[in-house]
Design a protein around this ligand. Structure first.
Ligand code: ZN
Length: 64
């Protein structure tokens, strides 16, 4: 998701320029979202579940 061409509804200038508080808030939010690059909370939970499954399997293999 890019915000380069996103225009602010408050000041009608590009959000990337951060000319008003609304721009800066939107920019910060988008940057935080971009940091995880599509890694949603659901994806994080799925990753956690997969790790637990691997740990359980490894434990069962060790005890079998
Ligand atoms: Zn603005």
């Amino acid at each position: 998701m890019t915000y380069d061409r996103l225009v602010c509804a408050n000041c009608a200038s590009p959000v990337s320029e951060g000319r008003c508080p609304v721009c800066r808030a939107s920019r910060e939010r988008l940057q935080q979202e971009g940091m995880f690059g599509g890694l949603t909370p659901a994806a994080l939970i799925a990753l956690l579940v997969a790790l637990i499954a691997v740990a359980v399997l490894a434990h069962e293999m060790a005890t079998a």
